[in-house]
Design a protein around this ligand. Structure first.
Ligand code: SF4
Length: 732
């Protein structure tokens, strides 16, 4: 290594796994990225996406200057002019039509972004709209709804104790590729492999034979959308065979008998045909789960982005309880993060638990969940005239025209908006319609701490990363967000950002104060800091380990806070102070599942599901050459039996049609997909006019969300159905 080359360490900000990176830099030039062997969590592991970070930092298509639309064209502008334009155009809309006339869409990267997480609540409050949408309702919302009902908080999501479990049952999850989702687990592949190496067992249930399934002892195909039936049949078997034993948790649970009564109606024989799994196999899976010394059930997007998402998410943790595995080592456990974990904050007054919806969407009457509405209803809220019609849109790190259902309809709706602002690194399929685009900094130009993801980590760790490069020419994001907040609050485009920051800090200090540390002490201790660093320092000091930013700065490979420890009943925030095993709204939805089982038409046509690739993360990494090289990954997978029946051939093209749209894609014939199921990955379709993604345009693929139906939802969470969409295929 040359004399002027140094290594800087930081957490990879791209996905939920929080891997440690070692970055060779010369000045502000990024030379090489490898895994940080000393990282306390990832121990040197990285995936290919980490190498894409250098390409992202250097990408000539990445925005460095604001763009403002003049005469139909997005033209480079100064930051002051861009904010002035937002104030000039947006403020009159708010004055004339009210705050609900402005909708917000927050993309997935916000969950990885310290500024977004810390300053988002302020600017959203300043805007004051009820039309808040996010990627949550095309992803994990059902799990959060189930957690809120059962444990009292949307972030009380148990994760499998991967490093100590002896039996792992996974449904609709592919951690060998995702490295965990609602489960932060760098090198999940290695962790899963080690379960088998220590004599444990791994079982995967999925309509695809995924990379995780290839690592497992067993894989079972399941018809998309029937996971809740399978899970109920597992509960049924445990109860019917006297295998249900919550152990010490029994006294901490309400609703045990009600769950047992509900499960009686779902014997394995009744669900086997619907699920595509023989009854005998279901019984065996249940017995093995009950017999395992330490077991965990874990389920993800295949079970959440579907019609019974909340029921399936709930039943996963019912199983963890009934097998005595919730909150015990090697089972499904609750992490304890060092900062910002709401279920670790001292409880003031009686716990409220899950709240009923506070408002409903204007057109379809869909309920609000945790402050947001289902993104599947955004198009109709723009299209439908009347009081409260959405006339303006703000997107932050999001690409809803690629990521959300019936993208064709949403595109037509977005074209009719009076005004649109986007904060993004690219002019993508969505931001090309914006009137003002504000660049976000390079991931290397901002500090990083995984405030949200450590609350889902399979080991308690804390890792702060300062910026790797000094200045990217783009203001720090928190300053951009506070300038927007100033506009929304009526202070104009030149609001005093530092005064707003002081206000945020004072509010956070009040919220985090406890008997152990007062608000004044928190503010005093973090004197001299500004922006997210000051807020993070206060959160760490108020947190359960009493850490400080200074301590984290002194630990470039992170601080290990040890394996997960039992946290019940301390974390419960239900009004009863118990685990609610049979929450009323969830129990009420069982009737819908019952009808589906007894009366619903047996769909014998093709069902579409998504899939994830190690080199993709939703829609925004396809402009990075290292991540798109090689063969075309945006293909439609078809089982050989279906291919033969439909006259499709490997390497040929198929026309895929749903209620909402039609597209054509290359065919891959493979027995890794269940007969009767086809799969297309989401996040593609980059050849639209006006998109400034020169590399992605060469690897455009197709937008699978043209086929996703905005009418299909999980009613309790408002989550879109992206797995199990009825489609027809024919040769193109
Ligand atoms: S698994 Fe995720 S966090 Fe780890 S290197 Fe890959 S993209 Fe980054």
């Amino acid at each position: 290594m040359g004399e002027d080359v140094e290594i800087r360490y930081r957490t990879c900000p791209l996905c939920e796994a929080t891997c440690g990176l070692a970055i060779e830099v010369r000045g502000d030039d990024i030379l090489r990225i490898t895994g940080d062997e000393e990282d306390v969590f990832s121990r040197g592991y990285i995936c290919p996406k980490a190498h894409g970070l250098k390409a992202l930092h250097e990408d000539p298509d990445r925005l460095r200057t604001p763009l403002v639309r003049h005469a139909g064209e997005l033209i480079p502008a100064s930051w002051d002019d861009a904010f002035a334009e937002i104030d000039r155009r947006l403020s009159p809309i708010i004055s004339a039509y009210g705050r609900d006339a402005v909708a917000v869409y927050l993309g997935n990267p916000n969950a990885h972004n310290l500024s977004s997480l810390l300053y988002g609540p302020l600017w959203l409050k300043a805007l004051g709209t009820r039309n808040v949408y996010s990627a949550s309702t095309v992803d994990q919302m059902p799990k959060q709804v189930a957690a809120a009902h059962m444990f009292g908080h949307l972030l009380s999501v148990p994760v499998p104790d991967l490093d100590r479990t002896q039996h792992l049952l996974l449904l609709g999850a592919n951690p060998a590729v995702s490295n965990g989702s609602l489960m932060t687990a760098p090198d999940a592949r290695g962790r899963i492999r080690r379960i088998r190496e220590r004599g444990g067992k791994v079982v995967v249930v999925d309509p695809r034979r995924t990379r995780t399934a290839e690592l497992a002892d067993e894989h079972h195909f399941i018809r998309p959308g029937t996971d809740a039936l399978l899970l109920f049949a597992l509960v049924h078997t445990l109860v019917a065979e006297g295998l249900a034993d919550p152990g010490p948790l029994a006294d901490l649970c309400n609703g045990l008998e009600e769950v047992e009564a509900l499960a009686r109606e779902f014997p394995p024989e009744a669900v086997a045909e619907r699920c595509g799994i023989p009854a005998g196999e279901i019984r065996r899976l249940a017995r093995e789960l009950a017999a395992a010394e330490r077991a965990a059930v874990y389920a993800r997007i295949g079970t959440t982005a579907q019609q019974f998402g909340t029921l399936a998410s709930w039943l996963v943790d019912v199983l963890n309880v009934l097998t005595g595995n919730l909150d015990r080592e090697g089972g499904a456990m609750f992490p304890l993060a060092a900062a910002g974990q709401p279920n670790a904050r001292p409880q003031r007054g009686p716990a409220k638990g899950a709240r009923p919806p506070r408002w409903h969407s204007r057109v379809r009457g869909l309920p609000e969940t945790f402050g947001e509405l289902p993104v599947a209803c955004l198009a109709e809220e723009i299209e439908t005239s009347g009081d409260g019609q959405v006339r303006a849109l703000i997107t932050v790190a999001g690409n809803p025209l690629v990521s959300t259902p019936n993208a064709g309809r949403l595109e037509r709706a977005i074209r009719t908006l009076d005004f649109m602002v986007s904060i993004d690194v690219y002019v993508n399929e969505t931001t090309r319609y914006a009137d003002v685009v504000l660049p976000a900094p390079s991931p290397f130009a901002r500090s990083h701490y995984d405030l949200a993801l450590y609350q889902l980590a399979v080991r308690n760790v804390a890792h702060y990363s300062p910026p790797v490069v000094a200045d990217d020419g783009v203001p720090e994001e928190w300053r951009t967000l506070l300038r927007l907040a100033g506009i929304f609050a009526g202070q104009g485009p030149d609001a005093d950002v530092d005064a707003l920051d002081d206000m945020v800090a004072a509010g956070l200090a009040q919220r985090e104060a406890s008997e152990r540390v007062s608000a004044e002490e928190l503010l005093r201790a973090s004197e001299g800091l500004r922006g997210p660093e000051r807020l993070l320092d206060m959160l760490l000091r108020a947190g359960p380990y009493g850490l400080s930013l200074e301590e984290l700065r002194a630990a470039p490979h992170g601080i290990d806070l040890w394996p997960l420890k039992p946290r019940l009943p301390e974390l419960l925030r239900t009004p009863s102070g118990k685990i609610e095993l049979a929450p009323e709204p969830i129990v009420a939805d069982v009737e819908r599942l019952r009808r589906f089982l007894s009366d619903g038409p047996v769909h014998d046509g093709l069902l579409l599901i998504g899939r994830r690739d190690l080199r993709s993360n939703n829609s925004w990494m396809h402009n990075l050459p290292p991540l798109v090289k090689g063969r075309d990954r945006c293909t439609v997978w078809v089982h050989p039996h279906d291919a033969a029946r439909l006259g499709l051939r490997d390497g040929g093209r198929a026309r895929v049609r749903s209620r909402t749209g039609t597209l054509e894609a290359p065919v891959e014939v493979t027995d890794a997909i269940m007969p009767g199921v086809v799969s297309i990955p989401h996040g593609w379709g980059h050849d639209a006019p006006g998109v400034r993604l020169s590399v992605a345009a060469e690897h455009a693929g197709v937008n699978s969300n043209l086929l996703a139906d905005e009418e299909l939802l999980d009613p309790l969470s408002g989550n879109a159905v992206l797995n199990g969409i009825p489609v027809e295929l024919e040769p193109a």
